[in-house]
Design a protein around this ligand. Structure first.
Ligand code: FAD
Length: 299
């Protein structure tokens, strides 16, 4: 494993020309941090999928940084997925974030095609149809996927994605470093060696973060929730507190072997860049993280 830490920034597609212009300004600021790649989300069940393609072209052209589209398979057909992959190949894309996705309730009730059931089906399909044309990233859930039957079955299905050909994983957001270390211990015991990047969501508001955590089954520690609730009418104090919580989380992760970080930017440059600056300031942590990586995974 390389001792270089890997950083990526996640965006969602702009929906209007005005939104695209605004996003162009945001990615221009984010690109200064020189991430390894930007990823662009993809709506499952046909919800504005064209936007992923248009946004990735804009980001690639405007920043020159590698771009990785997310690709969801639920409710899609093999022909449709193959068409997406061919178009990405033609556009020079070298990395795909392969996901099942969640169908909107309306699509669930209609006769959505069911040629793919799980992300492992998609990973297998990409390898079968496009060989090694793409690096494949998959999702990982240190605190368990909300629909999973149990942590062990969820982990078993994660293992299947790796066996199907995933090169790396990006985790769901979390605020308990222990959940990530536990997940990595399970990977180690199962012989899974792919890099697993912690997914980091900066905290910039009380109700937003409570909603995000509830939506994806992430645990917001009680003391953090209580402090954010108390500070919700004092935005600068809330942002400072959120920043210190997430900076400490990132430092703990990097100092204990995380191979990099994946930032959920929510299409804003400010919160991610403040966090980034904080981490750059603690260069000692990054240097010691690199040394620890080299010791943990000698070449
Ligand atoms: C980094 C990241 C990026 C994301 N980007 C997007 C995006 O762009 N667009 C979007 O719509 N959503 C996105 N999501 C959300 C994701 O689509 C949802 O969490 C979705 O519910 C699960 O997708 P998955 O790829 O993890 O599915 P899977 O790995 O297929 O798992 C889904 C569920 O099925 C279970 N399972 C898996 N395989 C089997 C099997 N063989 N038999 C029985 N059960 C099984 C798992 O335990 C889990 O509960 C993202 C999530 C993450 C972490």
């Amino acid at each position: 494993m390389s001792s270089k830490l890997r950083f990526s920034f996640e965006l969602f597609p702009a929906r209007t020309p005005e939104g695209m212009a605004k996003l162009q300004s945001v990615v221009g600021k984010l690109a200064v941090a020189q991430p390894d790649f930007f990823s662009v989300t993809h709506g499952a069940g046909g919800s504005y999928q064209e936007g992923t393609y248009e946004t990735l072209l804009m980001v690639a052209e405007h920043t020159g940084v590698e771009v990785a589209p997310h690709l969801t398979c639920v409710g899609s057909t093999r022909a449709n997925i193959a068409a997406h992959l061919d178009r990405y190949c033609a556009a020079g894309v070298k990395r795909i974030v392969a996901l099942r996705g969640d169908l909107p309730a309306t699509a669930m009730s209609s006769a959505a095609p069911a040629e793919f059931h799980y992300a492992s089906d998609l990973v297998r399909f990409i390898r079968e149809t496009h060989g090694d044309a793409f690096k494949i990233e998959v999702a990982a859930y240190p605190e368990m996927h909300p629909q999973a039957v149990s942590p062990s079955t969820d982990f078993e299905y994660f293992r299947r994605k790796v066996e199907a050909g995933a090169d790396a994983a990006l985790t769901q957001l979390f605020y308990n470093a222990g959940a990530y270390f536990d997940f990595m211990e399970r990977c180690d015991k199962a012989g899974i060696r792919i890099p697993v990047m912690p997914g980091i969501m900066p905290i910039a508001g009380f109700s937003n973060i409570v909603r995000f955590c509830a939506g994806c089954g992430a645990d917001l520690p009680r003391w953090v929730r209580l402090r954010l609730e108390e500070l919700q009418n004092d935005k600068p104090a809330l942002v400072d507190f959120g920043l210190s919580v997430v900076t400490r989380l990132c430092e703990t992760l990097l100092a204990n072997g995380a191979p990099g970080l994946h930032f959920y930017t929510i299409n804003q440059s400010g919160p991610t860049l403040r966090l980034w600056e904080n981490l750059r300031l603690s260069a000692q942590v990054r240097e010691s993280a690199i040394r620890i990586q080299a010791n943990l995974h000698p070449a």
